[in-house]
Design a binder for this molecule. Structure first.
Ligand code: PEP
Ligand code: MG
Length: 950
């Protein structure tokens, strides 16, 4: 979250007019390394659309949607103008808070500032402040409101005297952790003050840790006492509450208070009148009531033609005007919280219903019903009964998403999420915070141990978990919840749940999948708090069946016993899937909730290549599978023994087999597995491994590592940076897009930063020297884009000597395959990215948890595009590789060869098997096979035809 820090404050600025002031603000962002020149223009553009005047001498200039490409890093600069500047809307500005934002971060700032707008004299104080800390303090100090909620009210006290009632009220505040013993002692020594209407007040500032207003109401009649208010005061935090109480008394409704139910009583004390029409609605927006939906809600309120008020049902908050944007945002309503709308007079019912309707409709956002989101919420004491799910039928194949290749047959171990039983609330706040702190520390130690034991990719992911644990905002959110009366467990899970839901709502699938990591971290701490151990897996080999296996669960797996993983949720790009691949465990993901109903111990066949599982297979099927697993093991062993031999068909045709890499450090391993080249270096992963864009020297070191491992004869095919779509880069933010896969990604994005592309090409050429380097551009749609990239390439090549270089394009977009003849003239080679080519040809998101099984590269439409590409390339004497997953599909290898593909680039582990498969084929037969496949109408028929021949 964007926060205001003193080092971002720049004091004592002077400007001739608002333009000059805004210029200075833009300059400050640039000098701070937060934005480029173009962003300054955007600040002006934004002011033209609407003034960013906030109130109380403050403006918050920020860029427009499309200017986000000029943002280098999210940040803020605060410029003080002691003499003030007249803004273009006539307001006088003393403070410019200018924001370089990659998404809607300015809303965080806006929310933090809403309280400043109500405070008198802040503008002058901001103008006079001569110390940066003072400015931040003035802006950050949120006014504390005394607590008044369902818990601070004690009804039905069996008291016979005013003193007993007073004691009950004070004791409740002590239980809630708002006060200590000294407060209680002080209160009991006091004489209560009469408020009239049989209501009394006792107050003290001794021993107060959180200002609060308690109220004790007797069960039966107590002479002259309808209720006693007990005030734990601190500063003027209680002013608003007392004002509201006075208003109720002025209306003569004091005695009535004591007879109301808790909700009605709170409603009255929140400023809602007794005759108000009210309606309660839960917020279902993923990010709560942030600025965009808040704005819509405000518009609905303004259209009602009468004042509509709104408040949070929890806490003693005042009902605020639903027509005020800052007030509505200031509520800070989160998903799941209850809002109460109220209005009075004729038409009030319709007005509040209209508000409720608008909120239920999502206010312009898509909302999911509460409880229907993918939520791994730990069970609490009270659990909502769930619909019983029926386990998949015996001996019937169930298809889901293939996530890690390989085949297994073993009994299943269904890992049902552990039950966490805990009290949701607690009154001893400090104790709860200490408990939470200790549980987090314990979790950190557990993770550190696991990281030491794991190493590699597993360790990297667990380190990310460690970082999540250390996130101060997560801890702060939990503390905040504890301050509101939650227990350590309740507070921690609320913080995790809110953060995970926000993450899940992100359009970017990769980022959204990090929600599983958050929940995993959350459960670890919860387990420590509740003393719950994760269920112990069996000691014999098994297939793990789980809802959505957390990365640390995978890391904990004993790979000698886990034969396969099957999950109900998750996509192929989830960390769990990545880890399963890294550990070489076959996995199928996204199989649906029904698998959780499988009986522990039944046998299951899991096919990680086709994404299929068969529970309780009949003996015949089981025997067939066992045989094919054994055959595969034998094939793997044999293939590994001859991995360094070339892949030559029975009739003497050679196909080069290369490795796909994301990390240059793995090049040596690829060579050791028989790679004849690196056919695809996904250089964006090199970039992702650095917290900021690696400079020229850093990149040279990285690429050189691959060249050194490959030696003088094996080529390195490096794809230039392919960011965007499913591959976000933190420090290269891409504006939020409705369809990131159809947006600014690949070469399109790289061309917006020619400097980055140029540095990368320079580093590749310098690292290569005399060794064979092939450079290719990703996601090219036509020759024009290729030429734009080539112009940069030519410029650098003219300066840097590298003797064996070729330039090519990836064929990933159908347009490029259709226009291959026009490209073939200009390129040295094509490399077909079948993952994206299939996605764009069949219009199926490649990571879609339900559809991706249909995104089959053996679809005849994709095969035709491959055929066109190869024919165009060979007509001009160019070579063609396939670097998508299709290249390692045993069924597809013959078809691709028959279509004329010259090189297959596959994951390192697959190299020996792919080579062996080629050795078993005959080019002439493969050509005939390819023709038959091209003539099929669907992918299913292609596969059926191929299967019938084996
Ligand atoms: C492809 O799209 O097939 C490809 C190899 O690129 P990536 O999977 O990295 O998008
Ligand atoms: Mg691709």
């Amino acid at each position: 979250m964007l926060t205001l820090q003193s080092d971002a404050v720049l004091l004592d600025h002077h400007a001739s007019d608002w333009r000059d002031a805004l210029n200075q603000a833009g300059q400050a962002l640039m000098e701070g390394g937060l934005a480029r020149e173009g962003y300054r223009d955007a600040l002006f553009e934004r002011e033209q659309q609407a003034s960013t005047w906030l109130g109380n001498g403050i403006v918050i200039p920020h860029g427009t949607q499309k200017s986000r490409e000029h943002v280098l890093a999210t940040g803020v600069r605060l410029l003080q103008f002691p003499q003030g500047v007249e803004w273009h809307d006539g307001n006088r500005v003393h403070l410019i808070i200018t924001i370089a934002a990659q998404s809607d971060e300015h809303l965080d700032i806006l929310r933090q500032l809403t309280h400043v707008l109500d405070r008198e004299g802040v503008s002058e104080k901001l103008a006079r402040a001569d110390d940066a800390e003072e400015v931040v303090r003035l802006l950050s100090k949120a006014p504390v409101t005394a607590r008044l909620d369902g818990d601070t009210i004690v009804q039905g006290v069996p008291a016979r005297s005013a003193l007993e009632l007073t004691a009950a009220a004070a004791a409740r505040l002590e239980q809630l952790g708002c006060v200590d013993r000294r407060f209680v002692a002080d209160i009991l020594a006091q004489q209560a003050i009469s408020l009239g209407q049989q209501l009394w007040l006792v107050r003290s500032a001794t021993g107060v840790t959180q200002p609060a207003l308690g109220l004790a109401l007797p069960q039966a009649h107590v002479d002259g006492v309808a209720g006693i208010f007990c005030l734990a005061e601190s500063g003027n935090a209680h002013d608003v509450l007392l004002d509201r109480l006075v208003k109720v008394l002025e209306e003569g409704k004091g005695e009535e208070l004591a007879r109301l139910g808790r909700d009605a009583l709170l409603a009255r004390l929140s400023g809602e009148s007794a005759s108000a029409e009210t309606v309660r609605v839960r917020v279902r927006n993923a990010h709560g009531l942030h600025a965009r939906p808040a704005k819509q809600l405000v518009q609905v309120a303004r259209a009602q033609g009468m004042p509509v008020r709104v408040r949070l049902a929890e806490g003693g908050n005042e009902a605020v005007s639903a027509a005020s944007l800052t007030k509505v945002i200031g509520l800070g309503a989160r998903r799941g919280q209850m809002l109460i709308f109220s209005a009075e007079g004729a038409g009030a019912r319709e007005a509040v219903e209209a508000m409720a309707e608008a909120l239920r409709g999502g206010l312009g956002e898509e909302v999911t019903p509460l409880g229907e989101t993918s939520d791994a919420r730990p069970s609490r004491n009270r659990q909502t009964p769930r619909e019983p799910v029926v386990a998949p039928a015996a001996d019937t194949p169930l298809t889901a998403v293939p996530a890690s290749p390989g085949m297994a047959i073993a009994p299943v171990f269904v890992m049902r999420p552990p039950e966490f039983h805990y009290e949701e609330t607690a009154s001893d706040r400090e104790v709860q915070k200490t408990r939470l702190g200790e549980a987090i520390k314990e979790a950190e130690q557990q993770l550190e141990e696991m990281i030491r034991a794991a190493g590699g990719e597993v360790a990297e992911i667990l380190s990310m978990h460690e970082e999540m644990l250390g996130d101060p905002e997560l801890r702060e959110a939990a503390y905040e919840a504890i301050n509101e009366g939650k227990s350590a467990e309740g507070g921690w899970w609320r913080a995790i749940d809110v953060a995970a839901r926000a993450q899940e709502a992100l359009a970017d699938r990769l980022l959204a999948e990090r929600a599983a990591d958050l929940r995993d971290v959350g459960r670890r701490v919860l387990g420590n708090l509740c003393g719950v151990k994760m269920p112990d897996p069996p000691t014999h080999p098994y297939i793990l069946v789980t809802d959505d296996v957390g990365p640390s669960d995978v890391a904990r797996l004993d790979t000698s016993r886990v034969r396969g993983i099957l999950t109900a949720r998750g996509g192929a790009t989830s960390h769990s899937a990545i880890l399963a691949r890294a550990l070489g465990i076959p996995a199928v993901v996204g199989a649906g909730e029904a698998i959780m109903a499988l009986e522990n111990g039944i046998d299951m066949i899991l096919d990680g290549e086709r994404g299929r599982v068969i529970p309780a297979p009949d003996p015949e099927r089981r025997a067939r599978t066992e045989l094919s697993i054994r055959e595969r093991e034998i094939r793997e062993r044999e293939a590994f023994e001859v991995r360094f031999e070339p892949a030559v068909t029975l009739d003497g045709h050679r196909v080069e087999v290369a490795a796909n890499l994301g990390n240059t450090a793995h090049a040596a391993d690829a060579v050791e597995r028989g790679a004849e080249a690196v056919g695809l270096l996904r250089t964006e992963f090199v970039f992702m491994a650095h917290p900021q864009a690696p400079d020229l020297d850093t990149q040279i070191v990285e690429y050189r590592q691959a060249f050194d491992a490959l030696g003088p004869d094996r080529a390195l095919v490096a794809r230039t940076l392919d960011v965007g779509g499913d591959k976000p880069l933190d420090y290269w933010p891409v504006p939020a897009e409705d369809n990131p896969f159809l947006g600014l990604r690949g070469i399109r994005l790289a061309l917006t930063r020619p400097d980055v592309l140029e540095t990368q090409i320079r580093a590749l050429l310098m690292a290569a020297g005399d060794r064979p380097l092939r450079v290719m551009f990703p996601m090219v749609k036509d020759v024009e884009e290729f030429h734009a990239g080539k112009a940069i390439f030519d410029r650098v090549q003219a300066e840097v000597k590298a003797s064996d270089v070729q330039l090519g394009v990836m064929i990933e977009i159908p347009s490029c395959a259709l226009l291959a003849p026009s490209l073939a003239e200009h390129v040295d080679f094509f490399s077909i990215g079948t993952n994206d080519l299939t996605q764009y040809t069949l219009a199926i998101d490649r990571g879609h948890s339900r559809l991706s099984a249909q995104a089959d590269g053996l679809h005849p439409a994709v095969l035709r595009l491959i055929q066109m590409t190869v024919e165009a390339a060979h007509a001009k004497g160019r070579w063609v590789g396939v670097c998508g997953e299709l290249g390692s599909d045993p069924q597809a290898i013959g078809v691709l060869m028959g279509l004329g593909v010259d090189e297959l680039s596959v994951s390192s582990r697959q190299i020996p098997l792919v080579k062996q498969r080629i050795r078993s084929l005959n080019l002439e037969d493969s050509r005939a096979l390819a023709l038959r496949a091209l003539a099929c109408p669907t992918a299913v028929e292609v596969r059926a035809m191929l299967e019938s021949l084996t």
